[in-house]
Unconditional design. Sequence first.
Length: 384
Amino acid sequence: MLARRYPPGTARRAVSVGPKKLARTLILILLASFVTIGCHSSPKNSASAVAFSKVPAAYQESPYKIDITEHDYKTDMTEGRATGVRPGQRIALYANTDGRWGLCQQSGQPFANIESDGRWKASVHLGIQYAALLVDPTYNPPEQTESLPIVGNGVVALAVVNGEGAAPVLPSPKILNFSGYEWTTSAGPIFHAGSRNFFDPANVWTDERGALHLRISGSPGKWAGAELKLVRSLGYGTYRFEVRDVSHLEPSALLTLITWDGVGTESTRRELDVELGRWGDPDNTNVNYVVQPYYVPANIVAFRAPPGLCTHSFRWEPGKATFSTVAGSVNAVAGRVINEHVFTSGVPSPGGQSVRIALYVFHQGKIPLKKENEVIIDKFEYFP
């Protein structure tokens, strides 16, 4: 603390202050300090927030219904209010339907505008849950995502509500361990390969030897498939799947071994596929190697693998993906190479992708599924 200065020649005299006066003086000083600090720390605008004032109806379609497309959902109106809004900020709306959050477009635009009083109004396609995001002008919302963005990086505030009314009761996902990794199962209706499938966690389990079982259960009109995904992202490296004989699968049963990012569109999900099945036609080949999007001719290789245990793998490197299928186990003595292919065009870079294994019904096939199907995968391995 700086010493007080006195004019030259001025005598210093001790000043006696009583206890009450001293206490009162200290209180006044403290109050003045709090007022000063409060004035400097108060924000110019109140905290940003977004809320629903009118909640849309819950999506009540049968979870087994398959004759709809990803853009064929009914719509409803929703309203809300945002506070602490800054110039240019807007609302992005999402509906959670069929295992993903889908962006609700407004006349072809991804945002709903906010009125001068903070109110907003928009159309949404029906879902089980709805989310409203207050976002900055430069924010680019993903078209689809398995998990909502969090606050930050352009998302200013977030609100999530359940739809009004009764929603379908869906099974709960479960966690299991397979080949030394932790996986989570899918549950409820989800779109795969242009078909809407229902996934039941009860159709995924491991046996006493640690092998993974996936099953399609149910009956025509109420088929339930199986899917699980790795809870962590692995990136570049070798992905290897040891799969027992799948020649017994019906033509419309499909097993896929892939990496897939839960955010983005078909061409941006960092997807590499090994597809085992005949896509509903008994005369088709039964193995596809794919770098998505599949509709680019250079991105797909199809061939026929013989019955029996096979090991399918891909080596993912910068700008390169090498797929191979070997008869038997690669840990056994020199298995016969059935096919191998190197992709160098359109190979994605790593991001938020994870490994997914799924057995489901291709509902658009020439021959409908007639009975339950099951596959066994003995091992999954990853090598950086």
